[in-house]
Design a protein around this ligand. Structure first.
Ligand code: F6R
Length: 608
């Protein structure tokens, strides 16, 4: 949700700012801007409504400075426009600010600042920061002091970078609920809201904590708290590969990420399977077997696809460990004064580790004394740090807005958790071995599904122009249907409904017509006959059916079929989901959509 970059050093800042913003564009892409200070005095600003490419075209060759900040925006306060794009300046054009997050008391601050003579040029909450910092930046006051004093008056969440025309030898950054990462170079320093903008330049990074600020100069940085106490932060090394941030010959990041799944699943499993005891090793849970035996319930919290992955996880935990488990949208949980039980284990799921609703849900559980584990992709992220323990997915960076490889790795992580819990409870060694070998077989089975991409593209072209689509699945298949519908909606904008197959006749069957085809998940399991009966009911109402199955249903029951390899029944959902990713991708391409940056969405929803 919005991206921040900044540079200070001997080089010209603009090329890094523009390239860094292009790398962060997946986080927000309705407007973008840069500001530089340095060589010729004063601050120069360019900002435009549109993409980073539009900004790059609007930046003249003479736009140079050795210190600079930049921003790519996803509008929350005020429509996307040149005026609302960041950076925002004070009236004297001395201070420039870029900001991610939301200033909750912006209206109140705006009224006070306006009464003191500030003239506002945008509708954003961020602009108040520029005026507020300028109001504290009197003669002789260090920029960090002015920023600290201004932030003392602010209620809300922020990641900010501040540039001062009068002190161009530094940038001041601050974090409260919205990430800021410092990148350490050779006599130069970088800042970004996400390491993906930095990896080309440095692997040595420092993640600021909430409530922390930093003064960044070309030759280093100093971190401190809001009450001016110095903090001591050791850099960490980013281990994600640089080529994760390129499309690597694929037409889109999404297609690349779908195709990366055999490797990302291998990484999630890496070193965690224990063949001898037919279980999984999960050292990061920070829970021993005795503590695990005391858990009576599992509650999984996540948003969007992370919530659906949690539904699959709950199913796995119930089946393998026989512990009641349930997944709930973190965005709902946090607002309903949830009952937190001592013998319930809470598990937060997040690819980015930054989703504000999920973070707030974790904080609510912890505030009430509950124990929370994280299933998170981004190492060192806010949610990972807030949890008592957990599992990193190691899926690698996910750039496309729609989640695919992180989704699959999350479900694999839940399979490991379920296996581990199961083997501490009553899952037999034979059943443990059955799951271990099925998990090991997954990467090759995913490859088999991916090999059908062209055939799925043909089907997608045929179905993409429907007025909508129904996705159905029973029990284990229902979360697959929900995720399949979500993916299609998100990137192709085709309306999609997901229903339990068992519920069809209780209402939605009325919708069935040749214009509303059904994608039906038909695994070869104990519910196969029930699913085939449902297909018969749809066909009897002239519905079209695209089955995703282990065995091709009779022609009278399905118009088309995508075959997937069979796993163990508990793990089948993982493989049934892969063709739905490809279906959504190819439907979006057939409809000419902006696959990696769908309208109205952004990766990492770091606001409420
Ligand atoms: C769907 C999608 C979103 C995210 C959700 C949670 O494709 O990407 O629904 O899954 O916003 O994001 P994370 O996992 O980063 O917390």
């Amino acid at each position: 949700m919005c991206g921040i970059v900044a540079y200070i050093g001997p080089k010209d800042a603009t090329p890094f700012l523009l390239e860094g913003l292009a790398r962060l564009e997946y986080r927000g892409y309705d407007s973008a801007g840069v500001a530089v200070a340095g060589r010729t005095g004063g601050i120069k600003v360019r900002k435009v409504k549109g993409r980073v490419a539009d900004l790059a075209a609007a930046v003249p060759a003479r736009f140079k400075g050795s210190t600079g900040i930049g921003h790519t925006r996803w509008a929350t306060h005020g429509v996307p426009s040149d005026a609302n794009a960041h950076p925002h300046l004070d009236n004297a054009e001395r201070i420039a600010v870029v900001h991610n997050g939301i200033i909750e008391n912006a209206d109140e601050l705006r009224a006070k600042l306006a009464a003191d003579g500030a003239v506002f040029r945008s509708e954003t909450d961020t602009e108040v920061l520029g005026h507020l910092i300028a109001a504290h930046a009197a003669e002789g006051v260090e920029l960090e002091e002015a920023v600290r004093a201004a932030l003392g008056k602010v209620v809300g969440t922020y990641g900010i970078a501040v540039l001062d025309a009068e002190q161009p030898d530094r940038i001041v950054v601050a974090r409260n609920g919205s990430p800021i990462v410092l990148g350490i170079g050779e006599k130069e320093m970088f800042v970004a809201s996400d390491v993906s903008a930095l990896v080309r330049y440095t692997r040595q990074v420092v993640h600021l904590e909430d409530g922390e600020l930093a003064t960044v100069r070309a030759d280093g940085f100093r971190t401190f708290t809001e009450d001016a106490r110095t903090t001591h932060r050791q850099p960490s090394t980013v281990d994600w590969e640089i080529d994760s941030y390129d499309t690597g010959g694929y037409e889109h990041f999404l297609l690349k990420e779908i195709h990366e799944q055999p490797g990302s699943v291998e990484r999630t499993l890496g070193g965690r399977l224990d063949e001898r005891f037919a279980t999984a090793h999960l050292g990061g849970l920070n829970l021993d077997a005795r503590e695990l035996r005391e858990i009576r319930r599992v509650k999984i919290l996540g948003c969007g696809s992370a919530y659906y992955a949690g539904e699959m996880g709950a199913q796995l935990i119930e089946e393998l460990a026989r512990i009641p488990a349930h997944s709930e949208p973190a965005s709902e949980f946090r607002y309903r004064n949830p009952v937190i039980e001592a013998d319930t284990l809470y598990i937060a799921v997040s690819q980015s580790g930054e989703t504000y609703d999920t973070l707030a849900a974790v904080q609510e559980v912890k505030r009430k004394g509950g124990r929370v584990l994280g299933v998170v992709n981004t190492v060192g992220s806010a949610i990972a740090r807030e949890c008592d323990g957990g599992i990193y997915l190691h899926a690698g960076p996910e750039i496309s807005v729609a989640s695919t490889k992180a989704f699959t790795s999350t479900v694999v992580a839940f399979a490991l958790i379920a296996l581990h819990f199961g083997r501490i409870h009553d899952l037999s060694p034979a059943d443990g071995r059955r799951i271990v070998s099925a998990l090991k077989a997954l990467p090759d089975q995913i490859r088999e599904v991916l090999a059908q991409s062209d055939a799925i593209a043909e089907l997608a072209a045929e179905y993409a122009h429907s007025e909508g689509m129904m996705f159905i699945g029973r029990v284990r298949g229902y979360p697959v249907a929900r995720e399949g519908a979500q993916k299609l909606k998100e990137i192709s904008y085709v309306h999609a409904e997901a229903y339990p197959a068992s519920e069809l006749k209780h209402g939605p069957l009325a919708l069935i017509s040749p214009e509303l085809p059904t994608v039906a998940l038909v695994p070869d399991d104990e519910l196969l006959d029930k699913n085939l009966t449902t297909l018969g009911e749809i066909k009897a109402r002239s519905g079209r059916v695209l089955a995703v199955a282990h065995r091709r249903p009779e022609a009278k029951l399905a118009d088309h079929c995508i075959l997937v390899p069979k796993s163990e029944p508990e793990l089948d959902p993982l493989l049934l989901n892969i063709p739905l990713q490809l279906l959504a991708y190819h439907a979006a391409v057939a409809l000419g959509r902006d696959v990696d940056k769908p309208r109205n969405l952004a990766k990492s929803v770091t606001v409420e």
